[in-house]
Design a protein around this ligand. Sequence first.
Ligand code: PHE
Length: 350
Amino acid sequence: MDSAPWSADIEAARQQWLAAVASCAQLPALRSVQVECLGKNGAVTALVRRIAEVPPADKRAYGQATAALKAACETAIATRQTELEAAEVQAELDDATFDCTLPPAAVLGNRARPTGHAHPLCTVQQEVEAVFSSMGFAVLDYPEVESEFNNFEALNIPGWHPAREMQDTFWLDNGLLLRTHTSSGQVRALHTFQPPFRAVFAGKVFRYEATDASHEHTFHQLEGLLVDRVVSVGHLLDSMRTLLSAILRRQVEVRLRPGYFPFVEPGFELDIACQLCGGAGCSACKQSGWLELLPCGLVHPQVLRAGGLDPAQWQGWAFGLGLSRLAMMRYGIGDVRLLLGGDVRFLSQF
Ligand code: PHE
């Protein structure tokens, strides 16, 4: 059977448009070819519509042939588009002047794309680190997954010790745990540095506990450790006051209470007047008007020994600042759960 008179037209169109697609070297060119071929007034669209003029006996074959043509053009265009997009990205990456650390377009003038900014916890952490850095402290970073030794034993908290109950723990299958406090870094620092030394180390800590406005299972602390021949509680407290007035930028009322932590002796709780309610009592301060912010004390001789130091030669002080609480006081955030909730509407306010 002779092929129908229109089949040559369809074949010619196929060759013409596939060649046109293949010759596109840029995305805008491909977009015009797509319009010329498949747009409302496109050439292939016109061919498809011409079915109205085809004799009834041919309609079925004609319809199938033009549908196949249209599909072939669509596939070719989609494939070419993927290739050109990939080539565009590659060309940017190959460009020696391309800087992937540049801020996004918003900073460069395109307001459509908003820029991000530091999380309030990061800002507070960096500010505290800067204050301690200016006082000669090294800024360190220690792992979130810890050994039982570093988190408990070396800190004078053996397995039978009731203090373990205060810090319910996430245990891993391999016997390690998620650190319950940044104090686990104390032993690491004692093993790493020759005294005298001073260091701060901040980060996430984890406790297996119910959450409320002032408790989260994951929160941030910043630990400070200073080791020298002779240290004093006076020096410790003065450093804490320097820190608080630098961060909160105002005179804050503090109170010192005895506090029990097996790894310090003597130990203290340094509370600040709740900055949210001004001391009247709210859910953030458990209606007490005070917020436990800065547990601290002189390093226990057992801890110095576990760190390989002779307590007759060396002394130290340490503190474990509640960074999440400090951020709450600084920014007037009433619920700790907001900090790690990941809600952009909340975070974009800072
Ligand atoms: N690690 C203690 C806690 O998280 C706080 C602390 C640190 C107390 C350092 C004293 C000295 O509760």
